[in-house]
Design a protein around this ligand. Structure first.
Ligand code: F6R
Length: 242
């Protein structure tokens, strides 16, 4: 694991943007794996700037998001579809058919998981997968004790994850109880992985991920086994790493 320590959230976003832009410049058909949440927002803002300054085009880029809530419509402000459109896709030149997320409103959720997994496979390998990290070590919505062999599947969300995400909803009761997520094995198939972390809240889990035991109890610990992982984290997030 290659750990890049930066000063703060802005520096983390800047560094992540540099890495993605470099990838897109060297391969204009790059396949990117994307995340939602607070962590990558600064990265997406910078990618939009790069596009507006004509430094990069997304015309031939393909993207796959990690996850989506079950039961939320695309027009629901809390769906990850809405988030991605609002924070990135509608501002850049990516063709809508190139920007994939699982469909949380599919009639047959199990079939949707299979379809999504196949779609990723058919696109070839994901060149760079961007990840944030949950307080319990989740990546995507792979909660503790998800098998490392898992592929795209439906999950019941941890109470702690629902609490952490409740800030975006009217009340905790509105937070969905299930989501579709790429599996851990799906994520590990990516050529490169870029894990972003900012803030003291992430310090404890990040220390475990970097130096702790590799265990399904801490899903992100699996990243120690991946040949090409870069962690970009700020001083606060790395404050418990010696
Ligand atoms: C989001 C995702 C999650 C988040 C994680 C951290 O697509 O897959 O694993 O990356 O919950 O969320 P934030 O960035 O809001 O702290």
């Amino acid at each position: 694991m290659h750990v890049i320590k930066v000063k703060d959230y802005e520096a983390m976003s800047e560094k992540a943007c540099d890495i993605l832009v470099k990838e897109m410049k060297s391969n204009e058909r790059a396949v990117l794996g994307l995340a939602t949440g607070s962590t990558p927002e600064g990265l997406y803002k910078r990618l939009i700037e790069k596009y507006k300054n004509h430094e990069v085009s997304f015309k031939q880029i393909k993207t796959f998001n990690l996850d989506e809530y079950v039961g939320l419509d695309k027009s629901d402000k809390n769906s990850y579809y809405y988030y991605m459109n609002d924070k990135l896709f509608k501002h850049i030149d990516i063709p809508p058919t190139h920007a994939a997320l699982p469909n949380g409103k599919a009639e047959n959720i199990a079939a949707e998981c299979e379809r999504y997994e196949k779609k990723i496979k058919n696109a070839g390998q994901i060149d760079i997968q961007v990840l944030g990290i949950g307080l319990n070590g989740h990546i995507g919505f792979n909660e503790p004790n998800t098998p490392f062999t898992s592929r795209t599947h439906v999950v019941k969300l941890d109470e702690s994850t629902r609490q952490a995400n409740a800030r975006f909803f009217h009340s905790i009761d509105d937070v969905p109880t299930e989501a579709i997520t790429m599996g851990i094995a799906t994520i590990m198939d990516s050529k490169k992985i870029l894990l972003l972390a900012s803030g003291e809240k992430k310090a404890e889990i990040l220390a475990q991920v970097i130096h702790g035991e590799i265990t399904e109890k801490v899903p992100a610990s699996v990243l120690q086994k991946h040949p090409n992982v870069t962690i970009i984290a700020d001083e606060a997030a790395l404050s418990k790493v010696k």
